[in-house]
Design a protein around this ligand. Sequence first.
Ligand SMILES: [Zn+2]
Length: 428
Amino acid sequence: MRRRTGCATTPALTAFVFTVAFVAALAISLALRIWLARRHIAHVAVHRDAVPAAFTDRVDLSAHRKAADYTVARTRLGIAETLVEAAVLLALTLGGALAALVAWTDVLPVGGLGRDLALVVAVAVISGLVGLPFSYFQTFGIEAKFGFNRTTRALWMADLVKGILLAAALGLPFAALVLWLMRAAGPLWWIWAWVVWIAFQFLLLALYPTVIAPLFNKFSPLPAGSARDTVEALLARCGFENRGLFVMDGSRRSSHGNAFFTGFGRAKRIVFFDTLLARLAPDEIEAVLAHELGHFKLKHVLKRMLWMAAFSLAFLAVLAWLAASPWFYEGLGVPPAPDRPGVALILFFLALPVFTFALAPLSSLYSRRHEFEADAFAAQHASAASLACALVKLYEDNAATLTPDPLYSAFHDSHPPAAVRIARLKAA
Ligand SMILES: [Zn+2]
């Protein structure tokens, strides 16, 4: 009898242990995020009244102070958003909101797949609604206050509607396919789901530059000017087709400037924001272009995709195991629902970031390594000094702080701190 009682309590105990692990991981990741953000704010504030020595000849004190205040405002908003997201996550899981949504979708007059899809849409709508006020305040509060915003409320709304339609057009068929595989493809469904996921990622990468981005911005060829001859010579030297180089009307929404490389194969593109182009001298345009060409030549986009593929296969294997474990559902506040794979899918994607948060610095480190490699490539094929000048202008236009907290930056930043990057370029 004692043995039987012991066996009966084991699943409940496992669920309880998992709940404790989930809450502990959430508390740790939350504490770490807030601690890092507060360190960052304090560090930026301490260095607010002195331009770092390496920049004194190029950045004036008022621009430096503006960057500090802007960074502090954004980081504060980030803390608020982190707290709200954690509260919503708790409400959805242990608070019982997801269990209620499961019960509600369980009686919808559609098939099992339709019920799961309705659940996915409901959770997507909730998380979208949670993020909306923050996005609005970021644009019309912070960006407007610091003089960067050029978006009207009408354009913001139009972007929002377009984004929702796009997410529905691309996301719904994909979600339906994965949910169908979870039901119909047997115990190895996760391998099929992985194949579909990889295909979907490549589809997005191919569609983004050619179809998706043009829905939001205009892309035009680099205009004739003093930069074009040097640019064309550089493109020819690096074997990049000239028709892959574009200027984007970023000035429609913001005065921030940027340049980026995206896509692969015939869909690859290097894009300059018009705001950046207007600020740079021809030799600086050449240097920034050389940096972006570095990302292309060194296959950074494809390398990231390969890592993503490896990680997602591992995560899907874990999901397949969890979906068959009753304690996974119970531990997160939902009755086990083996006939509703959508429940496991949603619980997994809600809980995953809490446990993988510690991996964020690795991804940032990897990304920063690529930035250094692209800088080195630019130093080789164009001028390191011109790239350094362009970077200073880029930092100024974006009011990016020159004095981030080193730990915060190591954890979050996809790009190395300006001082480190420029010191390396000077040494080159
Ligand atoms: Zn880069």
